[in-house]
Design a protein around this ligand. Structure first.
Ligand code: ZN
Length: 503
């Protein structure tokens, strides 16, 4: 175990006020792909996802349905879990902020911050969005007809004035800026620049971290003043520390936290930088190793979301493309960290048909049937070095993309292997040759490497294909060498991707 290399991967915890849609699946599948990639090359991975179950929004949602909040979130969080199972999300823990160990950690942390003098009592007056669970400053909200509106929900904000407790974020302004400017944590870097300019323009204000119980009763009680509950964002951010085992297993926590990769959407960037890095500094902990930020999924330019009613249903996608693997593949293909990704059924269809049915799927069918027809399935090692060189270089490029968390680029490079190999077959015409073992072996190696590279994205179908080739996967980087297999024993392949029915 001494030499084990660790990776800790997290998603944001989701608000379980409705079932998840493609927008939730986007972040979760990307994080799962990275988790599976590191497992495939021999790392010890701990992958955390879960649900954010406290706060006014869920309290109101439960009330609306005549339910008590706990039974409501019990039901909703299990729906999230079911969807993640359907999409083969390989989480090691599904954390809920109502979990006992998490609530205890939140109380411990708040007591500690209070003892360290980072918390003080005061009055807060500001414009509050209950949907976002946050205040908006006059620089941030939009005004329409003299009414301040939430910039995200476009709904009127509530003017709230109340006693509260503040967290001294202002004291950490310079330290947070230093992390953003020097530590290379935020990826892509443009998001660090965004936060830097916001802090330089507006400063870093102390944050109200308590809510009076008469307004928000559904939350963790403030350990040093029972009239209040803890602000949900503080509660939520701390889930990453609970998940890594802070307070429980010091050694595990160290191993995981120092190798943490956190995935978020750009809408929660401020919380995961300004507030999160300050909190960690107060606790004497370093920032995560990487904070990976992605753009929105948009439909005709508008962010996919429940409130705009433009969501793609996960069930509809699985039904249309026949497997969770295909849905995961489509997500990986549209992944964009720098920019928003415009999506539609036409876009999903063309990815599915172009990349899976006609390129990768077609290659698998062609080569396996040739191997069986010509050699009865038994193909011994004989490398075509010219083709091998091309595929090896693409394989190395794809590995580099994976290691730098450029998922869509890793996929595109892998598809180039399939393209290259389809073209290679057309040129070699092994069906016209006497003994084309070199061509068939080299094509099989290409399929194996493409399948390995696609394994984190499509774990089921690639396992089936690797099984059809009569070989197995390892957990190592070694296996990515061209010529690694001495003999193939190919069985008949099922049709991995079915043609689409008309809409
Ligand atoms: Zn809002």
């Amino acid at each position: 175990m001494e030499n084990a290399k660790y990776v800790y991967v997290t998603t944001p915890i989701y608000y379980p006020n409705d079932k998840p849609h493609l927008g939730h699946a986007y972040t979760t599948v990307l994080a799962d792909i990275v988790s599976r990639w590191y497992r495939l090359i021999g790392y010890e991975v701990f992958f955390l996802t879960g649900t954010d179950e406290h706060g006014a929004k869920l309290q109101k949602e439960a009330e609306k349905r005549g339910r008590d909040p706990k039974s409501f979130v019990d039901e909703m969080s299990s729906i999230f879990k079911d969807y993640w199972r359907k999409l083969d999300i390989s989480f090691n823990r599904f954390i809920r902020t109502t979990d006992e160990d998490h609530e205890a950690l939140v109380r411990n942390v708040l007591n500690l911050l209070n003892e360290r003098g980072y918390i003080y009592r005061g009055m807060y007056k500001g414009w509050y969005c209950t949907a976002c669970e946050r205040y908006y400053s006059d620089r941030e909200y939009v005004v329409e007809n003299n009414t301040p509106l939430c910039p995200i929900h476009r709904r009127p904000l509530e003017l709230v004035e109340e006693e509260t407790y503040f967290l001294k974020l202002s004291q950490f302004k310079d330290a947070v800026l230093k992390i953003l400017k020097e530590a290379d944590v935020v990826y892509p870097k443009q998001y660090a620049d965004e936060v830097i300019s916001k802090i330089e323009l507006e400063g870093l204000q102390d944050l109200s971290i308590a809510r009076p119980k008469e307004r928000v009763s559904w939350g963790i009680e403030l350990p040093f003043d029972s009239r209040f509950t803890v602000y949900v964002w503080i509660d939520a951010l701390l889930n990453y520390l609970t998940g890594a085992g802070l307070d429980k297993n010091e050694k595990q926590f160290k191993n995981l936290w120092s190798n943490s990769i956190q995935f978020i959407g750009k809408d929660i960037l401020w919380f995961h930088t300004a507030i999160w890095f300050s909190l960690l500094l107060m606790l004497g902990l370093p920032p995560p190793k990487k904070l990976v930020v992605h753009g929105y999924l948009t439909v005709k330019g508008i962010k996919m979301g429940k409130s705009t009613g433009n969501v793609t249903s996960i069930d509809d996608m699985i039904a249309r493309y026949g497997s969770s693997d295909a849905v995961r593949f489509i997500i990986a293909r549209i992944a964009n960290f720098e920019k928003d990704s415009e999506v539609s059924w036409d876009i999903y269809d063309s990815i599915y048909m172009g990349d899976l049915v006609n390129n990768y799927g077609n290659l698998v069918r062609r080569v396996t049937s040739l191997a069986i027809k010509i050699f009865g399935g038994v193909v011994k090692k004989e490398v075509d070095y010219e083709h091998a060189k091309k595929v090896e270089s693409l394989t190395q490029k794809a590995i580099e993309h994976y290691n730098n968390i450029r998922i869509a680029e890793a996929v595109k490079t892998t598809l180039d292997i399939a393209h290259e190999t389809n073209a290679y077959l057309n040129k070699q015409e092994p069906w016209n040759k006497e003994n084309p073992v070199e061509t068939i072996y080299s094509a099989l190696e290409s399929i194996r490497l493409a399948s390995l590279l696609l394994h984190p994205i499509m774990p089921n179908i690639t396992s089936q294909i690797i099984n059809v080739l009569g070989i197995s996967t390892e957990k190592s980087l070694k296996q990515f060498m061209f010529g690694y297999i001495n003999e193939y024993r190919v069985k008949e392949a099922p049709i991995p991707f079915k043609k689409l029915s008309m809409k």
